[in-house]
Design a protein. Sequence first.
Length: 325
Amino acid sequence: MRRLLLVNNSDGEREVDNNNNTPVYEFGSTERLFIQSLSQSVPWAASGGKSNSSFCKTLDDRFVVKCVTNREFDMFLDVAGLYFQHMSSQQSALVQILGAYQVRINKPKKYYDDGSSDTSNYDKTSRRTQCVVVMGNVFYGAMMNSMEVFDLKGKIRHCSREKLLKMEMAEQNRRKLLRSKWKLWRSGTRCTPPPKDMNEQRITPVRYDGDLMNLTRGLPVPLKEIDMERLRNRISSDGDFFLVGEAVDYSLLVGINAEMHTITIGIVDYMHSYDLLKRLEFLGKSVTGESTIKPPPQYYNRFLNGIEKYFISVPEDENDVLNDE
């Protein structure tokens, strides 16, 4: 039996771990700390998505910055009022979007030998605008070394062997580079801080629905009755937002830590609406087989049925009840 950790709460903080009475996720942050976190971010090679979006993650691991297209940005602005109304009045499993920004990048015409540039004169043809959204990190504070991550949509999908091999090669290259950094640090004066731990930045592959079923041999993941009820209630509450906003292509990001007996969840990628391109994708793929994209009511029903298939509530032991009290 595992303890469920929901990413989002109405008060902005993750659930408290009853084993040690300490918060495992502290999401509240002042504006100053929010800006400070964003100013210290690095590129992040997130895996699992099909959009090939670019990501950055803050060094304190709290926030994720995702580059989105202008179309996705406009989709979110269309439902922004509904989104904030839903988040302020309902218990939700959605990963919070904390900001949506348009960043204008100007490239100077002239560069000098010393590396400086002429900022008084910009080339209009080199200007571009990048749309980004800032959201909370689903796995902030979690131990990623022993965690299996899955992207669940309610449709049986498998992570391709080529993709797994590619991520394995990336992990081997990361370890090789880190070993060389450690070797260089040990042979030097050691005045600078040592490199990070070998497992601290491990590339965690994101697998799909079929991979979760293979891992559990087709059996649902057991949850406490109270946790399963909370999960159902929040997804049911989010269903109103999905149907009114005509959202599709969202998924439940699940992190299973077998050592800690915890499951961390959050709904991501809910910015896509059922527009003309999604309709054409549904019609085109429906000819050859089952399409991942469906009309909003059908997509939500399949998503909900998948949750009921992947998780099951089990009665709590008497010892667990006493510990929770």
